[in-house]
Design a protein around this ligand. Structure first.
Ligand SMILES: Cc1cc2nc3c(=O)[nH]c(=O)nc-3n(C[C@H](O)[C@H](O)[C@H](O)COP(=O)(O)OP(=O)(O)OC[C@H]3O[C@@H](n4cnc5c(N)ncnc54)[C@H](O)[C@@H]3O)c2cc1C
Length: 310
């Protein structure tokens, strides 16, 4: 019979003093004065609709040298790969635009933004699908949900689109819009019952489940620039629901002054660009209709042709 004896002893960990002595930190001075990219503000906030807001509360890098912008962190990271070369502002711009055009994405991950957002739950449900962010949400298990509801103005009640499954831009007649707003009024009655039931001792985690999806929630949302641009390309697009688009547009305005060169490249190559498929290229070259019977693809080609001025 073989007996295996396992030792439970391991080398004793170094004491705190020994560890501290072993690490020598060289605190190097910056070669130019630092500038806060948020100009010393606690937050940059934009109000959205009646009760919502999006606030930029922190940035990495928060401090940049001299007149630089946070674009400099992208350039710095890229030059680890591409070599330092010359460092004039114009060349930094060229490098960022090159990175964007050729989808060299990791340098854009070197910049991070942290937002504080208050939005209706139906917007949060769409937003949370973007999995690459770090999120901490207000808990309706621990706190009472405030009585804030998203109610569109009558001139914002949109008609169901005939061409796709989403709401279009076309407005419904004023009578139906008012009927819809009256229907939303019922959320206030439901909220009053929520409060009454809390008072009677029903737990917060259960009482909240009767609240509608237009009630507001809040979260801190931190994400790197590469994934923010991906979020913006989807949520600033005309196919995104108007309510989340309003937040995405405000987010873009908040980051623009921090990373202006990147945002300009994003507008030039992504927001303002058109990507063509092989079928579309062939149709363009041959002056032929698109070689597909798929109605949706044909409609998309028509939209691209209009954008191209054809
Ligand atoms: C107009 C519109 C309509 C939509 N309609 C619906 C709908 O009807 N139903 C529905 O369910 N959703 C819908 N969505 C949500 C959509 O399908 C995506 O879930 C959402 O847009 C997030 O996109 P993403 O996964 O690219 O982004 P993120 O989660 O931010 O991820 C960014 C990128 O990281 C990579 N990534 C992240 N996580 C993973 C992973 N686990 N594995 C592999 N790669 C990963 C992918 O490349 C991804 O593109 C809709 C979105 C839009 C914009």
């Amino acid at each position: 019979m073989m007996v295996i004896i396992m030792s439970t002893t391991s080398p004793s960990p170094a004491s705190a003093e020994e560890r501290t002595e072993a690490v020598l930190i060289d605190r190097k001075k910056a070669d130019a004065p630092w500038r806060d990219v948020l100009d010393g503000a606690a937050r940059w906030e934009v109000r959205i609709h009646e009760h919502g807001m999006i606030a930029l509360v922190d940035v990495m890098p928060r401090l940049v040298r001299g007149e630089q912008t946070a674009d400099s962190a992208i350039v710095q990271a890229a030059r680890v790969s591409y070599g330092s070369g010359t460092k004039r502002v114009q060349e930094d711009r060229g490098l960022i635009r090159y990175l964007m055009r050729h989808r060299h994405t990791t340098p854009f991950e070197m910049v991070e933004f942290k937002f504080h957002v208050a939005m209706p739950i139906f917007v949060a449900r769409q937003w949370i699908r973007h999995r690459t962010a770090n999120v901490n949400e207000y808990s309706a298990r621990y706190s009472v949900v405030p009585d804030r509801f998203y109610v569109p103005t009558a001139d914002n009640v949109r008609k169901q689109s005939r061409s796709n499954r989403q709401g279009g831009e076309e407005l419904i007649d004023i009578g139906t819009a008012e009927e819809f707003l009256d229907y939303l009024e019922s959320c206030r009655k439901q909220y009053a019952r929520y409060e009454q039931l809390l008072e009677k001792g029903v737990s917060r985690e259960l009482a909240r489940i009767g609240l509608p999806v237009n009630v507001y929630t809040e979260w801190y949302w931190k994400c790197d620039l590469h994934n923010i641009l991906h979020f913006l390309s989807l949520r600033m697009d005309e196919h995104a629901q108007k309510e989340i688009r309003d937040y995405a547009v405000a987010m873009f305005e908040l980051i623009k002054p921090i990373v202006p060169v990147t945002c300009e490249a994003f507008e030039d190559y992504q927001l303002g660009g058109v990507t063509l498929t092989r079928l579309e290229l062939e149709a363009l070259r041959g002056g032929q209709p698109l070689a597909t019977g798929n109605k949706r693809e044909q409609a998309e080609w028509e939209a691209k042709r209009r954008k191209l001025g054809l």
